[in-house]
Design a protein around this ligand. Sequence first.
Ligand SMILES: [Zn+2]
Ligand SMILES: [Zn+2]
Length: 197
Amino acid sequence: MTNGQTGRCLCGNVEYNTGGEPLWVTICYCRFCQRATGSDKMIEPIFEREPFRFTHGNPSIYTLPSDGSGKDINVHFCSECGTKLALTFERWPDRLGIYVGTLDRPTSISVTPENSKHIFLSEARPGTIVPPGFLSTNGMQPRTTVHPSNRTCEKNLTWLRVDSGHLRISLGCSVRTAVTQKPFSRRTAANACFVRF
Ligand SMILES: [Zn+2]
Ligand SMILES: [Zn+2]
């Protein structure tokens, strides 16, 4: 367990060690993840189930079937403070997902186009923006790389937006330099070229 990352709940009653580095990172916008985080998405590093250990305290488990597969998803949470720490899956018994914010050093896990994917964008909030180059899909499994590449924009200012249920590709090549510092501003939206995906 020497290479693992540590984490804990808000009150410290439950602690864990991941036992290793993440296999990949899922960024999920589905309604389950929205409710389970109380936010717009879940950033979920996925680890091997076996070396992972709860090292202090015993989390409670809430189980419910997945809307998609009907297989159980187990939410591991602290019964003292209510923090959700991890997910385990009937469908993938050798995997475990972490709520990234519970890590002691959440920034130690990088999220890059090579190690992560954005999924269930079909359920994402309007205005959601996905950085360029990331594997993205409306459902669970990436079928294609939604983003066509960054060739069109030297300034790396190409974004995916979700507007009114439509995925759009924003070609940032027309965005001026000033927008670099405020990529989410109205100005970006006004200047960018939206293309129905
Ligand atoms: Zn707690
Ligand atoms: Zn989800």
